[in-house]
Write a protein that binds this ligand. Sequence first.
Ligand code: SAH
Length: 469
Amino acid sequence: MKTFPMFLRMTGRTVVIAGGGEQAAQKARLVLKTEARIVLLADTLDDELETLVADGRATHCTEAPTASHFADAALAFIATGCPARDAAIAALAQAVGCTTNVVDQPDLCDAYTPSIVDRDPLVVAIGTEGAAPVLARQVKTKIETMLEPRLGDFTAMAGRMREAVARRVPKPARRAFWRWAFSDAPRRLHAAGAERDAAKALKDAIAQGGAPGTVTEGLISLVGAGPGARDLLTLRAVQRLQEADVIFYDRLVDPDVLELARRDAERIFVGKEVGASSWPQHKIDAVIVAAARKGQRVVRLKSGDPGIFGRATEELAAARDHGIAVEIVPGVTAASGSAAARGRSLTERGETDRVIFATGTCRAGDSAPDWGALCTPGTTLALYMGVAKAAEIEANLLAAGVPSSAEVEITCSASTPAERHLACTLSDLAKTVASEEVSNPAIILVRHSKLRTEVIAPTQPPLSLVATA
Ligand code: SAH
């Protein structure tokens, strides 16, 4: 290591920033995260820095820089915007031993600013000694996804309890207490927004002299895995995956996504396919409940958004029937993923002003959908599980008065390496699906524009749409 990472105490100390423009403001924003006094050494200040001075958060010194300006400073940032002037001022600061950072001139720097993941008081600083700033950003992004946004507040709360822990929890039990606090119910509750419950869990455990022997409350998270690409997961979804003891996933979840889970988490394939019965829903409900009752953190990973054609209702009910905490972590649904993959909006001002998510495959015995209502002028109709029913969909929409020229987009395996795009008109839908051998998963988007409404009176009754299973 040519540089040594340290955290500097900043309370009551002075940081001098030479410069009054944007570069100086960038450094000021960093220093503002600390409690340091900021001195701005510059003839003039931009509006942002003026405001800092007006708010009493910085002082403005218009004198010509001399070494004495840096004599008591903990740090100096030199950022006037003029490299030659920066070099001259840096020499003044370094003459009195002040640790100096000079913008864009690494050779003149005593210290470099790291990439920071800020969960104050938890702070992660990443540096590459200037060798690979892009890598530093990538690492930062990775760590950002590992640490829930509220972790700083939780860390501070835990910090406030340190004294009480020292008083009430015997020394040999303290490590286990903190391990429990940061990896179990308290952190989990806090991350989910239940701050009071988290504080209560900590206080109860302190009062009892240590972490609960065995933590029995499980949690079931119905997590949206998005359409495929793992960087379409939400930060919360990644968080839940990393906390999970066991993950139940189905056919459409990309293997890449599962890699985000802890190495030792159990992964169980529940192989549900449209209409297939190898893992019937009631069996899935039963196993996720059984796992949670053992105190495990259960993730039920579903493609897209769990709340859209995901049988979430049954799993929510099963959990609630057994008094088990359950939550939904929403995800990017296939319709959004498909439209985004084509670079086209789901709604288009003046043409379509509503989106309808519908399924092409209803339960056996369900009444047929009202096709006229599903696709009135101005609608983008997103049909899930529609490939096998393309002929019926085409016939029913035409019969309901949707113009034969309505645009249809078929997107297969959106956001995965197998992504494929096809386009046709409504009257060619079935033909295209057959000739192009379209296979699942695919979304059929029918755009019934307000501008192109050659209204055709319904000619035949809708065909019924039932699953073939
Ligand atoms: N909950 C999921 C939908 C599950 S139903 C969601 O919100 O996306 C399964 C159907 O979703 C598939 O038959 C297909 O129509 C669609 N689908 C899922 N992933 C897809 C993808 N990557 N590309 C296109 N369609 C997809």
